[in-house]
Design a protein around this ligand. Structure first.
Ligand SMILES: C[S@@+](CC[C@H](N)C(=O)[O-])C[C@H]1O[C@@H](n2cnc3c(N)ncnc32)[C@H](O)[C@@H]1O
Length: 262
C-alpha cells in the first residue's frame, strides 16, 4: 500500500514540503508529519515563542515558523548549529528560527519565556526522567504548552522474551525505555505542573508507520526495527501525541544550582 496519498489528505501542510528534503533531514520518521499532527491539538498563533527540544536538523522548527508565524529556538545537543543555520537561511527563516547547540537538561535560557515547547521524536532521550518536566516547565510562561510526539507501546514490555525473536535485539538496545501513553500521562499529571489536554495515538500513526516501512523495508539495518513495528499485527508500536498546559502550581526542585529557583 502506498500511504502517501492518504498522508497528503491527512497532513496537507507537511505534504507541501519536498518529501526527499524532509526525509533526508529527519532523524527517524518524516518529522514534518509529526509537527503538523501535534499542531492540530496544540494551538500555536503568530508571534509565540516556541522551543523545539531535540530539533535534529531543525526542519520542524522551520516548519513551525513558516506555517504558524511563531519564533522558534531550535535546540539540539549533538547537531551543528551552523549547519542548521544554513538550512534555516535556505528556507527564508533566519529571522524566526534560532539554532542553538545545548543540552535541554541545562538550558541557557530564561524562565517564564516560552509560550510553547515541542519535542518530536526526541522526548524519550530525556523526558523519562521524572525531574525533567519540573525542570523544563520553569521555562514556560504561565498557561504555556508542552507537546510531544514520540513512539509508544500499547502495553508495557518487561522483557525481550515477550517479543518475536527478530525484534528482541532492538528492544534490548533502547526500546526498554519506550512506554505506554498512560505511563506518560501519569508521569506528567501527578506533578500538578501541567494539565494534560491530550494523550492519544496519533490519528495518522498507521499511515506514518506505513510510509517508514515502505522506505526502509529492504534495508537490512532496519530489519529489527521493522519487525518491532510489525509485532502484534502492528498494534504494539505506535506514535502518540501528548500535550500539557502549565498550571499555576509553583515549581519546587531542591537542586544545588540556586539560579534555578523560580
Ligand atoms: C531521533 S532524533 C530526532 C531529531 C528530530 N526531532 C527529528 O525528528 O528529526 C533525537 C534528537 O534528540 C537530540 N537529543 C537527545 N538528547 C538531548 C538532550 N539532552 N538535549 C538536546 N538534544 C538532545 C539528539 O541529539 C537527536 O538529534
Amino acid at each position: 500500500m502506498n500511504a502517501e496519498p492518504m498522508i497528503q489528505a491527512a497532513l496537507p501542510r507537511a505534504s507541501r514540503y519536498d518529501r526527499a528534503w524532509a526525509e533526508a533531514n529527519s532523524l527517524g520518521e518524516n518529522v514534518l508529519y509529526f509537527a503538523e499532527s501535534l499542531c492540530n491539538v496544540l494551538p500555536l498563533s503568530p508571534g509565540m515563542r516556541v522551543i523545539d527540544l531535540g530539533c535534529g536538523h531543525a526542519i520542524s522548527s522551520i516548519f513551525l515558523a513558516r506555517e504558524f508565524g511563531v519564533t522558534v529556538w531550535a535546540v539540539d545537543r549533538a547537531i551543528d548549529p551552523t549547519a542548521n543555520l544554513a538550512r534555516i537561511e535556505a528556507m527564508g527563516c533566519a529571522d524566526s528560527v534560532f539554532p542553538l547547540r545545548a543540552d535541554v537538561r541545562a538550558l541557557p535560557l530564561p524562565h517564564g519565556y516560552f509560550d510553547a515547547a515541542v519535542s518530536l521524536d526526541s522526548f524519550l532521550y530525556f523526558g523519562t526522567d521524572e525531574r525533567f518536566l519540573p525542570f523544563f516547565a520553569r521555562h514556560l510562561k504561565p498557561g504555556g504548552y508542552i507537546g510531544v510526539v514520540d513512539a509508544c507501546l500499547s502495553r508495557e514490555i518487561e522483557s525481550a522474551a515477550e517479543l518475536p525473536v527478530e525484534a528482541r535485539a532492538v528492544w534490548e538496545q533502547d526500546w526498554w525505555g519506550v512506554h505506554t501513553i498512560d505511563w506518560w500521562r501519569r508521569l506528567w499529571q501527578r506533578t500538578g505542573l501541567v494539565n494534560v489536554l491530550c494523550a492519544e495515538v496519533l490519528p495518522e500513526s498507521d499511515l506514518i508507520k506505513q510510509s517508514y516501512d515502505d522506505q526502509y523495508r529492504e534495508d537490512p539495518a532496519e530489519a529489527g526495527f521493522i519487525a518491532l513495528m510489525e509485532a502484534e499485527k502492528g498494534q504494539l508500536v505506535s506514535s502518540y501525541r501528548l500535550v500539557g498546559q502549565r498550571t499555576d502550581r509553583p515549581i519546587f526542585l531542591e537542586d544545588a544550582d540556586t539560579d534555578y529557583a523560580y
